[in-house]
Ligand binder design. Structure first.
Ligand code: BTN
Length: 259
């Protein structure tokens, strides 16, 4: 359970977290943040909950996280970006969370396209960006962030794919200070992103991506595509060098084919 005062103690950010809604239990922080954004709440507003009864992941998957153990929050963002840059938002958020976690655990975090963070090869954080836009520009984006902090077991199906800070360090971490660190890193990069400059965010993301130059498989539902990971496009797509030439993808789950 969180107290708002403790959560925000000593936080110095320019935009992110000036308004924070705190819950013990909620269906999904993304759903709540979307409702708040629809009523016009400002850039940087946050919804955080100790527990979610219907946490959502990408492709309609569930995001299940034990109470009192993890970080689950969503942020309303209203950057001045063009529509084609919306696909860069997950990379900006992933880079910020990676920078924050690295200051806490002193280990390198891997960024896996488009919005997963891995620690020792397993998923430690997931990001879900849902946006509302007009034909030309973005109205708002809801950035949902889940970080596995002190949870030690993820069920038999997920245990070899998911991990937590506790599992990798053997240390129980204070969720509130991790939350504040993430907000500070997001806020610092957001100053540029807000003005549609993703240069530094992409540098940070690219330097943590291990797939470039390697053979990967990209799964989209029943379909899979194989190729060498080439680069990220200006609109956040992943270019693969496939047997039929260069192809750009905008969604999917990527796995590195170790040879
Ligand atoms: C994924 O890896 O598929 C994305 C997972 C995103 C989970 C977070 S937890 C906080 C926020 N609220 C949600 O319902 N989902 C995101």
């Amino acid at each position: 359970m969180y107290s708002k005062e403790e959560l925000l103690e000593g936080l110095h950010t320019k935009v992110i977290g000036h308004r924070v809604f705190v819950f013990d239990e909620i269906d999904s922080t993304n759903t709540c943040a979307k409702m708040l954004a629809d009523t016009g709440l400002e850039d940087g507003t946050i919804v955080i909950s100790d527990y979610q009864t219907a946490g959502r992941g990408r492709f309609g998957r569930l995001w299940v996280a034990e109470p009192k153990s993890n970080l689950l929050f969503s942020i309303i963002l209203k950057p001045h970006i063009i529509k084609t840059q919306i696909g860069l938002l997950p990379l900006f958020v992933a880079a910020s969370v990676a920078l924050a976690l690295e200051t806490i655990i002193d280990k390198k975090i891997e960024c896996r396209w488009p919005n997963d963070l891995l620690l020792s090869g397993k998923k430690v954080s997931g990001i879900l960006v849902e946006s509302l836009s007009t034909q030309e520009s973005l109205n708002y984006a809801i950035v949902g962030i889940g970080v596995n902090v002190n949870q030690s077991f993820f069920g038999h199906e997920l245990n070899d794919k998911a991990t937590s800070l506790w599992n990798e360090t053997g240390i129980s971490h204070d969720r509130r200070s991790i939350f504040r660190r993430i907000l500070e890193e997001l806020d610092a990069l957001y100053i540029e992103v807000h003005k549609s400059d993703f240069t530094r965010a992409l540098q940070e993301w690219n330097s943590r991506a291990h797939m470039f130059g390697h053979n990967v498989t990209l799964a989209q539902g029943e379909h899979t595509f194989t190729g060498v990971a080439h680069r990220i496009t200006d609109d956040g797509g992943l270019v693969l060098e496939t047997s039929s030439g260069l192809r750009t993808f905008y969604a999917g789950d990527v796995t590195l084919n170790r040879t």
